[in-house]
Design a protein around this ligand. Structure first.
Ligand code: HEC
Length: 160
């Protein structure tokens, strides 16, 4: 009897304890969930504004034959494109994002070959594809063009 009481007491203690642990764990999960829900996630428009700047920088880098910078800028565009499906999965337009890849590939090839003519034509194709996707996703009013002036005045686009 004594033994039985002892076992029962231990069982009771451990049950109580595990239910307390569960409550503590649930509270932690809830607070982490709140943290995740409130954490900053860039929207599609923010990714696009970022891509817009790199698109303009890429043009001037290529125009001046600054191939290292051009390679960097196309990489920045690619990074943003890769992140879009991850962060903007709630946007149905995202399924069209892949249409830009052939144009990105041909710009990258022109940069690799340091070929000015190929760069110009592939950049024109890239810009047209930005607009094709905007039209396909009912955002045709966001019309992209080859820039006339550098997007910022505090960066040098010509090679050293
Ligand atoms: C999925 C296909 C798709 C492709 C490819 C695409 N865009 Fe967009 N873009 C969108 C959508 C959708 C929006 C509207 C985003 C929103 O609702 O904020 C947009 C918006 C924009 C905007 C407006 C952003 C703002 O908030 O003012 C710019 C600028 C832009 N895109 C630039 C580009 C450039 C430059 C390229 C090509 C290098 C490009 N986009 C390629 C779909 C695309």
């Amino acid at each position: 009897m004594k033994n039985f009481l002892f076992v029962a007491a231990v069982l009771l203690y451990s049950c109580n304890r595990s239910s307390t642990d569960t409550v503590v764990l649930q509270k932690r999960i809830d607070s982490l969930q709140t943290l995740v829900n409130n954490s900053y996630k860039p929207g599609l428009g923010e990714f696009m504004s970022d891509i817009q700047v790199h698109h303009a920088k890429l043009w001037f880098a290529g125009k001046y034959g600054n191939w290292d910078l051009a390679n960097f800028e196309v990489g920045e565009i690619q990074e943003a494109l890769d992140d879009i499906p991850k962060y903007c999965s709630d946007r149905p337009e995202v399924k069209s994002i892949g249409m830009i890849e052939p144009a990105i590939d041909s710009v990258s090839a022109a940069i690799k070959d340091k070929d000015q003519n190929k760069f110009d034509s592939s950049f024109t194709l890239l810009t047209a594809t930005c607009n094709d996707c905007h039209k396909a996703t009912n955002h045709g009013f966001n019309r992209i063009k080859i820039p006339d002036i550098p997007p910022v005045s505090n960066q040098v686009f010509r090679p050293q």
